[in-house]
Write a protein that binds this ligand. Structure first.
Ligand SMILES: [Zn+2]
Length: 213
């Protein structure tokens, strides 16, 4: 291994360390990895905005994927204190929709990557075979799946102890994996399942809390 390679590895190591850096939610004060929190920054005009890139320059503040934390955090007083300058708070409903869109975008990206990595099975016969071989770890059923077909997939899930969730339309599921419409997708790799579940958990925390308000 030459020095350049070692240097690159050290740089990558530093990158991972930064990725894991803990930040504090300004709503509930919990500490989490920075990528498990939403980041907000201030524009030169003093408007606080969601930084969906996580890389916008300037001081950033972090908030949990939780509507209660967002409600507490996105006030002019709390933002001004954390950003150390006068701040115009963003419109709550706009931020809420932005965060939902962001999470759905990440879900689509995760499934698209899973497909490219060969970790997604789709199509009736292939899914049936993969379930029988106990290769399916998680199943996604389309929200507009025909009830008879949904019943079949659910019975396979029950039989093989596979958790499932209803997400996207058949058309969307097909589009995400670059195929014609799909009633169901099966995930076969733990790594992608972990990614998917982390996004679903964020979406759940956002939605459950929103319903309570
Ligand atoms: Zn919080």
């Amino acid at each position: 291994m030459d020095d350049t390679h070692v240097g690159q590895q050290q740089e990558q190591g530093k990158g991972r360390a930064r990725h894991r850096a803990e930040r504090t939610c300004i709503g509930c004060r919990a500490q989490r990895g920075s990528h498990d929190l939403l980041r907000f920054v201030c524009t030169p005009q003093g408007q606080a905005i969601l930084d969906s890139s996580w890389h916008a320059p300037g001081r950033g503040v972090y908030v949990c994927y939780d509507v209660i934390c967002l409600r507490k955090a996105l006030t002019p007083a709390r933002l001004a204190l954390a950003l150390k300058q006068p701040v115009i708070a963003p419109d709550f409903d706009v931020v809420y929709q932005e965060v939902r869109s962001l999470l759905y975008k990440r879900l689509r990206a995760c499934l698209g990557l899973g497909q490219k990595a060969g970790a997604v099975v789709s199509g009736y016969a292939l899914l049936q075979k993969a379930c029988a071989q106990a290769r399916v770890l998680y199943m996604i059923l389309a929200e507009d799946i025909a009830s008879g077909r949904a019943g079949e997939y659910r019975s396979w899930c029950t039989q093989h102890n596979v958790p499932h969730v209803m997400l996207f339309t058949k058309e969307e599921l097909g589009h995400i994996i670059g195929k014609p419409s799909r009633s169901a997708l099966g995930l076969t790799a733990p790594h992608f399942l972990e990614l998917l579940c982390a996004i679903l958990t964020s979406l759940e925390r956002l939605s459950i809390a929103y319903d309570k308000i």
